[in-house]
Design a protein around this ligand. Structure first.
Ligand SMILES: Nc1ncnc2c1ncn2[C@@H]1O[C@H](COP(=O)(O)OP(=O)(O)OP(=O)(O)O)[C@@H](O)[C@H]1O
Ligand SMILES: [Mg+2]
Length: 266
């Protein structure tokens, strides 16, 4: 059994419990870690989509993070939905002060289409947060927005990933969930090489929160002291099983089974 591993998660709340802070807490807990949070926004959300998003004041977000760091501490910080320029800038300063490895999920648009990052926050995300990431986990549209490279194939993912490494990220996990085809391929690219994580595409609509879940599984695994390659392999397996065992809730993109390790593999 790995050591505890403390993760401070800076992200938005999903009332439906499938993505965002809720997915992050469930993932970190299911993998044996300790989750603490700084909530950036409250979204009104279910499997059918986001119907409202209420950003919290930047000072309140920072105060939550500082209260955690000053007392409980964190081995790894994970960021998700940040919302606007002011929060991106404040989080960048926080990350410098905390001096902890950071997993950055550059969340931009929810599965249902709702915008979770202001357009003018894209450039500060690239200049302030990408260089501070130990691991950056963009999906294909986010990789396109950050690099200007059209991403439709694993080769495009690789090109965009190399551009993000050049922009200063320590490593990138390029997610291929949005690319067409019967197989899903994610690429972990580091300055030392590339590892592909590949499997059959699971034919399901229950993929709400896959991205948050993957990034949090990486974060807790790193917090527990696993190497990057082993952490990503464990995270990939955790998400894959969680999709396979999705409980089928809701009428839209349903949530995963974050608690599958308690039930065992199917
Ligand atoms: N249908 C599927 N079958 C198998 N794996 C999948 C499927 N959909 C997504 N994944 C995996 O889930 C992870 C998240 O990928 P995806 O590209 O969907 O991220 P995302 O768009 O950020 O997700 P989210 O919409 O939750 O933010 C990746 O490891 C991807 O390979
Ligand atoms: Mg995502």
């Amino acid at each position: 059994m790995p050591t505890l591993g403390r993760v401070l998660i800076i992200a938005g709340s999903d009332s439906g419990g499938g993505a965002g802070i809720q997915a992050d807490i469930k993932t970190v807990t299911a993998l044996g870690g300790y989750a603490a949070t700084a909530i950036t926004a409250i979204t009104v959300q279910n499997t059918l989509g986001v119907s409202a998003a209420y950003p919290l004041p930047t000072d309140l977000i920072a105060a939550q993070a500082l209260a955690v760091l000053e007392d409980i501490g964190a081995d790894v910080i994970k960021t998700g939905m940040l919302g606007d320029v002011e929060v991106v800038e404040r989080v960048a300063r926080l990350l410098d002060d905390a001096a902890r490895p950071v997993v950055i999920d550059p969340v931009m648009i929810a599965k249902g289409g709702a915008r979770l990052l202001a357009d003018d926050a894209l450039s500060p995300l690239l200049s302030l947060l990408v260089p501070r990431a130990a691991l950056l986990t963009p999906n294909a549209p986010e990789a396109e927005a950050l690099t200007g490279i059209a991403v439709q194939t694993p080769d495009d993912l690789r090109r965009a990933g190399e551009a993000l490494l050049a922009a200063g990220s320590g490593a990138v996990l390029m997610k291929g969930g949005h690319l067409p085809g019967p197989r899903v391929v994610d690429l972990l690219i580091t300055p030392y090489g590339e590892t592909a994580f590949e499997g059959e595409r699971i034919d399901t609509r229950h993929t709400h929160g896959t991205g948050c879940t993957l990034a949090s599984a990486c974060a807790v695994s790193l917090a527990q002291g696993l190497s990057l390659e082993v952490a990503v392999a464990r995270a990939w397996d955790y998400v894959h099983q969680a999709i396979l065992q999705a409980p089928g809730l809701g009428r839209g993109n349903g949530p995963l089974d974050h608690a599958w390790p308690l039930r065992g593999r199917r």
